[in-house]
Design a protein around this ligand. Sequence first.
Ligand SMILES: C[S@@+](CC[C@H](N)C(=O)[O-])C[C@H]1O[C@@H](n2cnc3c(N)ncnc32)[C@H](O)[C@@H]1O
Length: 364
Amino acid sequence: MAPLVFKDEHARAMEGMAGTRTGQSCPCLFFDFSVGQWSFHAPTCELSDSGLRREPLLQMDTAQHGHEPVLLNEAMELLSPQSGDIVLDCTTGRAGHALALAGKIGANGTLLCLDVDPVNLTFAKQRLDNAGPTCRFFQANFAQLPDVLDAAEIPAVDVILADLGVSTNQMLSEQYGLSFTHDGPLDMRLDPQLDRTAADLVNDLPEKDLADLIFQNAEERYSRRIARNIVQARKLKRIATTAELARLVRACLPPARFGQIDPATRTFQAIRMEVNHELDNLAELLKVAPGRLKPGGRIGIISFHSGEDRLVKQEFRQWAADGKCDVLTSKPVVPTEFEMTSNPRSRSAKLRVARLRMEEKQAW
Ligand SMILES: C[S@@+](CC[C@H](N)C(=O)[O-])C[C@H]1O[C@@H](n2cnc3c(N)ncnc32)[C@H](O)[C@@H]1O
């Protein structure tokens, strides 16, 4: 089992609680706020004189940078960014993948960084300062990729990466209203320019539409019951906070057993996907991206949801059937046991990569 790494204060607390001594391993029970679930790891934390042993940067990323990049090594290997390449990170987030890409393409390369969230983009800009390549930042939706590249006067790129969903800092911050473990306004917009919040959806959608979206986006089998409960509650008062919604959802489901995810997880995911048009954006990205890859260019998508992965799989297969690309991942690449243990958020991650054929580029 892989070692877990906590911040110093947690490390000392865990050491005391577990009654372990330097050099020993201690079994740990901890609450993972990003997935709303208790996890147990044993044996896990190797202790040193100063508390828990510090692992390499990869494991410290959440504490230091608000997010730990998933499938980092696998993405670098398959996307194979080369010195001098032009690379587009569609979902820059906290710059975990971007920094690794920057290191590979070096000073002659160009890194284009997109994110809809200005907070993450500003953070990434600071983190990538002096990273090596020319870095350009765009607060933009990856569905608008052609507009961004036209504005940058770059007709085509060597590598495209999209690491879908939300970063851990977004998940944990009350400001985004994504978390059912921290109460906050029911917002869920990653892009503050969007005008419809989660509260608007939950309070205004007809019951059937609400049930359908919860079922379709998250395969929640209790979707009808949840929608009915929400509609009953909103007759009395507008649902305004994440805690209120979580309570309404939990009341419709059997309580989570030890080790299971919080019953509100799927409904929150479904509503977030709808607020941010996540499936539509992905479909649009898949439509436009190949037309903006150079011959031999690679595209990688990391998804966290079966609906997203299905879209990517089908689209890549179609490109291959049309003779336009080679799929480099016959099966999706998933995290190692080690990564899943050290970063539980990575558990549902799937990476698929395709490479455009070298022949003269056809019109897409
Ligand atoms: C999982 S995080 C990416 C983390 C990043 N790879 C890293 O290592 O730090 C997803 C990021 O994509 C952004 N995002 C989500 N949908 C987007 C879209 N349609 N266009 C651009 N950015 C998007 C989110 O705001 C978030 O910052």
